[in-house]
Design a protein around this ligand. Structure first.
Ligand SMILES: Cc1cc2nc3c(=O)[nH]c(=O)nc-3n(C[C@H](O)[C@H](O)[C@H](O)COP(=O)(O)OP(=O)(O)OC[C@H]3O[C@@H](n4cnc5c(N)ncnc54)[C@H](O)[C@@H]3O)c2cc1C
Length: 433
């Protein structure tokens, strides 16, 4: 099947908000009110800035409000390659970043009014055939060696964690007790409310059309509601980043991913989040009883790769329903009440880009920054990357952890062969770099 890995950039579709009041100047502009932009704006506000967040639609209208709410420190199938890239860049472990994100989420849950339905009840990675079983065994060994609390568990323990599961369908199960699940809407809205309380501004229904530059540095943004002058601009624009930075288009791929949700169920399928097939399929039960399930992108048209469309393709909900019923027979009569799709934003080397935005020729463009390409794992990345970006903007360098592994310059100057296709398609050797 042919794939368009890197399609021509498309700006995010948007509905103008006639009530929006856009200031004409700000010290820092954050473009995009998903979890990346919200995290960065929150940290900037905490550092004493008054960030102006400009969002084309409403907060969490992109991937952040369309995701399944799993927070997996082990990054599914991406872990081996991302681990190798962190080490090559001089870092210790990717877990330094992802575990910190999960701890930050837990702290926000306690701090933000109303919390975010944070449940740190662990995750179960289920192998449904021998090849997957071998894969999760190797992955558990690799993750454990990096310092993640993870183990392969037996049937008795699995039955306790997942009541009424069809245990005979499961060949092996990997248990990560410190993973979590949450409501990502509450995350984004809670952070942005706090940004407002700290003196920041969030403007919705306004699309940034281009960066403004004078004298070789950023001077602000041009928007559908007029220009804003600003010495610092952070692009937290996920799949739509190439519309503002076309030179990154060759290494950022939108991938359509589908999620369905059942009606409220009066029984529990288990407290952990669930995943299978290298996290290509994943599901969890919400506190209110609904079960959210996503995946089977490999069965989408062209595997959903390179499309900016977020239409749900009819082939996918039946596959999601079949998987749920296979593993949780009690769900046989549960109906999906809604399905939607969103855009994953895959960076070609599976490693997000976060740092100064290089110009098209790779040279610095002072004042411009980017954090994008979170490659299907927003929760383990967005909190920590937002913090590090705020440190970089505020003080000229990321202090808590190095941003070197995420250096956007590796993605400028030609297209890199995507490394993510193999794990996307199915099991592969998790130790191969
Ligand atoms: C179906 C699906 C399921 C997922 N499941 C999980 C999961 O269970 N766990 C997990 O960790 N991750 C998951 N992810 C990934 C996660 O949702 C993303 O990595 C994360 O939301 C990215 O956040 P973001 O803020 O970078 O991007 P987004 O949330 O997409 O935010 C970008 C924002 O920028 C705005 N924007 C873009 N261009 C402009 C412009 N020019 N002007 C103004 N605004 C603009 C957009 O409107 C959008 O609101 C899933 C993603 C999808 C699509």
């Amino acid at each position: 099947m042919a794939h368009t890995f890197f399609p021509p950039p498309e700006p995010v579709a948007f509905v103008p908000d006639p009530r929006s009041a856009l200031p004409n100047a700000a010290d820092v502009v954050v473009v995009g009110a998903g979890m990346t932009g919200a995290s960065a704006a929150w940290h900037l506000a905490r550092a004493g800035h008054r960030p102006l967040v400009i969002e084309a639609n409403v907060p969490a209208s992109g991937a952040s409000g369309r995701n399944a709410g799993m927070a997996l420190a082990g990054l599914g199938g991406h872990f081996p390659r991302v681990t190798a890239l962190v080490k090559t860049a001089g870092g210790r472990s990717i877990l330094d970043y992802t575990m910190r994100s999960l701890d930050m989420l837990e702290a926000w849950d306690a701090e933000l009014p109303g919390g975010m339905e944070w449940d740190r009840f662990g995750s179960l990675d289920l192998a449904l055939d021998e090849a997957e079983a071998e894969h999760i065994g190797r992955m558990a060994a690799l993750q454990s060696a990096e310092g993640l609390e993870v183990s392969i568990i037996g049937r008795t323990e699995l039955a306790e964690l997942a009541p009424d599961m069809a245990i005979d369908e499961v060949v092996a199960a990997k248990w990560t007790p410190r993973d979590a699940k949450l409501n990502p809407f509450r995350l984004c809205y809670g952070l942005l409310e706090a940004v407002r309380d700290m003196g920041g501004t969030v403007v919705t229904g306004v699309r940034v059309e281009r960066l403004l530059a004078t004298g070789g540095r950023v001077a602000g943004v041009s928007t559908t509601a007029g220009d804003v002058s600003a010495g610092t601009v952070l692009l937290a624009t996920n799949a739509w980043t190439p519309a503002l930075a076309p030179h990154l288009a060759a290494n950022l791929t939108p991938i359509r991913e589908t999620v369905c949700v059942t009606e409220m169920l009066p029984f529990s399928i288990g407290a952990p989040g669930f995943e299978t097939n290298q996290c290509n399929e994943y599901w969890r039960q919400m506190r209110t009883g609904e079960v959210l399930i996503g995946g089977f992108t490999a069965h989408d048209e062209g595997m959903g790769i390179g499309s900016y469309s977020i239409d749900v393709r009819p082939a996918l909900p039946p596959l999601l329903a079949r998987l749920l019923t296979r593993l949780h027979p009690r769900l046989a009569d549960a109906r999906f009440i809604r399905c939607w799709a969103g855009l994953l934003d895959f960076a070609s080397l599976e490693m997000p880009m976060a740092g100064p935005l290089p110009a098209a020729d790779g040279t610095p463009l002072p004042g411009a920054f980017v954090a994008a390409g979170l490659t299907g794992h927003g929760h383990p990345y967005a909190p920590v990357l937002g913090m590090l970006m705020a440190e970089l903007i505020d003080g000229g360098a990321a202090r808590t952890l190095s941003l070197a592994p995420f250096d956007p310059r590796r993605y400028v100057g030609g297209s890199l062969e995507p490394t993510w296709l193999d794990p996307f398609q199915g099991p592969s050797d998790p130790r191969s770099p």
